[in-house]
Design a protein around this ligand. Sequence first.
Ligand code: HEC
Length: 107
Amino acid sequence: MKLTAAFMLLALCVALACAESKGSPDKGNELFDEQCASCHFAASVDVKVGPGLKLLFAREKLQSNGKPLTDANVLEKIEKGGSRMPAFKDTLSADDKADLIAYLKTL
Ligand code: HEC
């Protein structure tokens, strides 16, 4: 009985860990093409309207606000936008944003 409970707890932890790191780069790629590619190159660092996002996650800081390159700060950028970037807080779901971040990490 005790063992079953311990096992279930373990299974729950594994399930939660999976939920944490979910995010499909393929879906993110589709979203990027629809929502972001008009302003951002994915395969270059050249400026289109906004900065090119190639190797974004290899950088130390975001160019736009100098914050460290973390999932949370990229998410904040996507949600709040910027001076010339629209805010996507209400137009993208939490899953969409996780997919986008998973995709941005592949650039
Ligand atoms: C209308 C044009 C436009 C669209 C659409 C747009 N962006 Fe941006 N984005 C910008 C501009 C301009 C900047 C830089 C200046 C600023 O922050 O406003 C920027 C900055 C960023 C940055 C910060 C880069 C850095 O180094 O600071 C990220 C990350 C980003 N955009 C991701 C996205 C994603 C993901 C999408 C799609 C969901 C998106 N952008 C859609 C114009 C746009």
